[in-house]
Each structure stands twice: as structure tokens, then as C-alpha cells.
Design a protein around this ligand. Structure first.
Ligand code: FAD
Ligand code: NAD
Length: 473
């Protein structure tokens, strides 16, 4: 008879769950991971990887078209079928054999099925065959069940079989006409991708494009979407949707206008996978986000239940969830061994960067790379700030990078401490510039010391020198 007692049980084998399990096993504990779909989670098959694969070829084509010599060598349009084919391979053709082998090599036990918490430290796993296996944890249960697309209560929307990020990321063909509801990160990226692949795209940007970012980021992306032929309807709200017998969708806006399309993509945010997790058995409410303390412990449960990644709503990004996973995995090991746990600010087991230094790249045209606070968020937090802006296109490295390079950079300085609390870079290929900014923000590097971090000439990193010069010594 198999022994189903482990030191740690992780529910959800997305990037976050995998990293928690790996970390505790590396620390000498035993771990089981429970997964109902594909090992690797949303990120691997329906989110980060396939969507970036959908965007990358068009970005390379745009880059070539901005350079004399290269431009002349580009003789055709984007090959949509080839892009979809490359995307398939980045989604591992929706097979998880590779990730399952990795789990085996890492010494993590896999239990396939729906995981439900039945009582403290006990998880029941019901497989596709209907058989339920009971697992018991000696030390901790970690929920890393992620999120799914939120479908708003728009009349007729659900019945119209809308696309969510999943259908967009795994599309087998390019719709002729696509309406996108929401212009946050998913909406902006998918509008960029499908416009480049050949769809006629309309974006209903009720709250503007990328409203969480610095305003210039949304303005630049809006402009380039429009240049690419996308209709961006700022302030527009869908009030009803209907799919007709011929398969076309009709999206009615507040005000009565109707837009007809082949598909409608809903991209208005996420909802946690906690509805069917047994939360009612431990006094929590199914469907709720799992609120955690600074140690990622589920505040309302007890000392054995943790939540990491999307499901705790701190930051809905893979790299940040994996950061939580490393800190949490190490803390669980330390507690199990009776060793000290340091969850004080920037401590070994803390997730301080979640509040102060979250990097993100939005892979639109132009790319938007940001870390830390926007000027608005820093102001709202009561910081005494100074905002420094610079035209990224006027840096030598950028003008070499592409003719007519358009971009902008902003740093937000906390004047009381003379450290940078936020940076936003907008421009082609700024993604790889971001980590320097992340180090400056997370390291709280004093501005006086940053003058000694000399950017190589002629690279786009010279933007750092220009921002410092504009700020003044
Ligand atoms: C379209 C799109 C693009 C994105 N692009 C990026 C990007 O470029 N960069 C980035 O950093 N982030 C990106 N994100 C966000 C990123 O996908 C998430 O932050 C990340 O997947 C969260 O990881 P996770 O492990 O917490 O959850 P998930 O990846 O959602 O994994 C959770 C796993 O738990 C399983 N599960 C759920 N409930 C149960 C249960 N009861 N029992 C058993 N198993 C269960 C699920 O099947 C799933 O495999 C994107 C998101 C979307 C929607
Ligand atoms: N490159 C990346 O890092 C990347 C890419 C995609 C997704 N993600 C992550 O996935 C998460 C989900 O992305 P998302 O775009 O679904 O959510 P989001 O929160 O980024 O954007 C949703 C947008 O929809 C708008 N909205 C809300 N309700 C609406 C309604 N009823 N009608 C019209 N608009 C409405 C909001 O104003 C918001 O701008 C994000 O938190 C993001 O961090 C990251």
C-alpha cells in the first residue's frame, strides 16, 4: 500500500507550485504536487509562453522594417501559419511529458486530479476515473491553484462562447474580425498580436489602454495600435453580446452601436481557482481570493495553510509568484527544522519586492517595461517624489537600434531618501533594459552611487545617464 503522507502538499502544478515543491525537496523534505490539468500550469500552455510566441515574429519583422538594408530584404508579410506553428512548440503542443519528467527528476510525487482540502493538513485528490486518494501533510499545505479569466455579467456574453485568454493563446486560426473587451495587459497584447497576424481588431478600452501604467505608456501603445489598423474605442463599454446562427458575434455598446465580428475576446481580469478547493471544510469561502500575511500564510486558516502565486492576489505575474515560491519553500523547510525564519523587510524568507519592486514587461508595440511605483502610485502613497522624463529616441544607442526610434523613459525619485522608487521604459526592445532598473529599485541604490554605474556606449542603457543628468547631481 502506498504511503500518502508527505511533509508538504502543493495543490496546483503551475510555475509557482512547481517551485515551492522543488524548494522544499531541495531542503530535504518530501513533497507531493496535485494537478488537475497540465503540469506547468497556465503560464506554460495558455499564457506567458504561447502569447509571447504569438507576438515575437511580428516584433522581429517591425524591427527589420525600421532598418535600411534589412528593410529591403523583407519581401513578404508575416506568415501566420508559421507563427501559429512556432507557438504550438512553445506550448509543448499542450503535452506535459517534459514537465512530468522534470518532477520525477526533482523527486516530487505527482497526483493527478482535482485537489480539495477536507480538513487541516488533509487533501483529497479525485482523478479522472472518479477515484479519490487521501493525502496528508506533516508540515504544510500550499495552495498554488492560480486564476482563470473573469467573465463579466454582460447580457448574452457567456452564451456567445467568447474567447478568453486561453482561446486567444491557443487559437488554431486567425479570425477575420476580432473584438477585444478590456485593454489591460491581456487585451493590449492580444490586440497587438492578432492585428499583426491579419485580424481586423476593435478594442473596447472602457478605462483606457494599460490604465495601470504611466499614462504615456498607454498613449504610445494606443497610437501604434491605431497605426496598425486597430480601432481603439476609449471609454466604450459592451452591454450585450449575441452570436447569430451563422457564427458571427454582435457586440452592442452602451449608446446602441453594434459591432459585428467573428470572435470576441474577454480580457477584463482574473478570478481565483478556489471555487472547488474544499475551502468550506476549513471555514473559508469558496471562490474567494486567499488573503495571506507577509509569510504567505492564509490568515484565516491556521499555521499549516499557505497560498502562493496568482491565487493570493499579491501580484499576478509568473516571476513574482516564483519569487514567493522560493521564499515560502525555504521558510517551510526552516520551520520544519526548527531554524529561524526571517520575514522582516528584505529578509531571506520575505517577499518585500512584491510591494516595492515588481518588474513587468508588456510585449506590445512599443514594449512597456516597468518596475516599482508609477508617479501616480508613489504620490498616492504619500511619497515626496520628483519625476524625471527623457526621450528614449534621442539616446545614441536607440537611434542606432532603429531609424525613427520612438520611446520614452521615466524615473520616479523618492526625494527624502534620494533613491529611485519606480521606472517605466517605453520603446522597441526595452524589455532587456529592465533588470538594471529592478536592481536600482530593489537595491535602493543611492542616486549618488548610480553616477558610478557607467552605461556602455553606444547602447540604449545610456538612458540611465541621461535621466541622472536631467535630475542633476
Ligand atoms: C494571456 C496571459 C499572458 C500572461 N503573460 C505573462 C507574462 O508574459 N509574464 C508573466 O510573468 N506573467 C504572465 N501572465 C500571468 C501568469 O500566467 C500567471 O501569473 C502565472 O501563470 C501564475 O502562476 P501560478 O502557478 O500561480 O498559477 P497557474 O499558472 O494558473 O497554475 C495553477 C495550476 O493549478 C491547477 N489547479 C487549479 N485548481 C486545482 C485543484 N483544485 N486541484 C488541482 N490542480 C488545480 C491548474 O490546473 C494549474 O495548472 C499571463 C497571464 C495571461 C492570462
Ligand atoms: N506581459 C505580462 O506580464 C502579462 C501579460 C498578460 C497578462 N498578465 C497578467 O495577467 C493578469 C490579467 O490580465 P488582464 O488583462 O486580464 O487584466 P488587467 O487587470 O491587466 O486588465 C483588465 C482591464 O479590463 C478593464 N475592465 C475591467 N472590467 C471591465 C469591463 N466590464 N469592461 C471593459 N473593461 C473592463 C480594466 O480597466 C483593466 O484595464 C494581469 O494582472 C497581468 O499581470 C501579464
Amino acid at each position: 500500500m502506498s504511503d500518502n503522507t508527505y511533509d508538504v502538499i502543493v495543490i496546483g502544478a503551475g510555475p509557482v507550485g512547481e517551485n515551492v515543491a522543488d524548494r522544499v525537496v531541495q531542503g530535504g523534505l518530501t513533497a507531493a504536487i496535485v494537478e488537475r490539468e497540465l503540469v506547468g500550469g497556465e503560464c506554460s500552455y495558455w499564457a506567458c509562453m504561447p502569447t509571447k510566441a504569438l507576438l515575437r515574429s511580428a516584433s522581429a519583422l517591425r524591427a527589420a522594417r525600421q532598418l535600411p538594408g534589412a528593410r529591403e530584404a523583407v519581401t513578404g508579410d508575416l506568415d501566420a501559419a508559421a507563427v501559429l506553428g512556432r507557438r504550438d512548440s512553445f506550448a509543448s503542443n499542450w503535452r506535459d511529458d517534459g514537465q512530468v519528467s522534470w518532477l520525477e527528476s526533482a523527486g516530487i510525487a505527482l497526483h493527478r486530479g482535482q485537489g480539495r482540502i477536507s480538513s487541516a493538513r488533509v487533501v483529497d485528490v479525485t482523478g479522472a476515473d472518479g477515484v479519490t486518494t487521501r493525502l496528508t501533510a506533516r508540515h504544510a499545505v500550499v495552495v498554488a491553484t492560480g486564476t482563470g479569466a473573469l467573465i463579466p455579467d454582460i447580457d448574452g456574453l457567456r452564451e456567445s462562447a467568447p474567447w478568453t485568454s486561453r482561446e486567444a493563446a491557443s487559437a488554431k486560426s486567425v479570425p477575420g474580425r476580432l473584438v477585444v473587451i478590456g485593454a489591460g495587459v491581456v487585451g493590449a497584447e492580444m490586440a497587438t498580436a492578432f492585428a499583426a497576424l491579419g485580424s481586423t481588431v476593435t478594442v473596447l478600452a472602457r478605462d483606457g489602454v494599460l490604465p495601470q501604467a504611466e499614462p504615456f505608456a498607454g498613449e504610445l501603445v494606443t497610437e501604434s495600435l491605431r497605426d496598425a489598423g486597430v480601432t481603439v474605442r476609449t471609454g466604450a463599454e459592451a452591454v450585450s453580446v449575441k452570436r447569430d446562427d451563422a457564427g458571427a458575434v454582435h457586440v452592442t455598446l452602451a449608446g446602441g452601436e453594434v459591432i459585428e465580428a467573428d470572435e470576441v475576446l474577454v480580457a477584463i481580469g482574473r478570478t481565483p481557482h478556489t471555487r472547488d478547493l474544499g475551502l468550506e471544510n476549513i471555514g473559508l469561502t469558496p471562490g474567494d481570493w486567499l488573503t495571506v500575511d507577509d509569510a504567505l500564510r492564509v490568515t484565516a486558516a491556521g499555521d499549516w495553510l499557505y497560498a502562493a502565486g496568482d491565487v493570493n492576489r499579491r501580484v499576478l505575474l509568473t516571476h513574482q509568484g516564483k519569487y514567493q515560491a522560493r521564499a515560502l519553500g525555504d521558510a517551510i523547510v526552516a520551520r520544519a527544522k526548527g531554524e529561524p525564519v526571517d520575514t522582516g523587510a528584505w529578509g531571506r524568507h520575505a517577499v518585500t519586492a512584491d510591494e516595492r519592486a515588481v518588474p513587468q514587461v508588456v510585449f506590445t508595440d512599443p514594449e512597456i517595461a516597468s518596475v516599482g511605483l508609477t508617479a501616480a502610485a508613489a504620490g498616492a502613497a504619500g511619497l515626496n517624489i520628483r519625476v524625471v522624463d527623457y526621450d528614449l529616441g534621442s539616446v545614441a544607442g536607440s537611434s542606432l537600434h532603429a531609424d525613427g526610434y520612438r520611446g520614452r523613459a521615466r524615473m520616479v525619485v523618492d526625494e527624502d531618501r534620494r533613491v529611485i522608487v519606480g521606472v517605466t521604459l517605453a520603446g522597441p526592445d526595452v524589455a532587456e533594459l529592465l533588470h538594471a532598473a529592478t536592481i536600482a529599485v530593489a537595491g535602493e541604490v543611492p542616486l549618488d552611487r548610480l553616477w558610478h554605474a557607467v552605461p556602455a556606449f553606444p547602447t540604449m542603457s545610456e538612458i540611465w545617464l541621461r535621466l541622472l543628468e536631467t535630475y542633476g547631481r
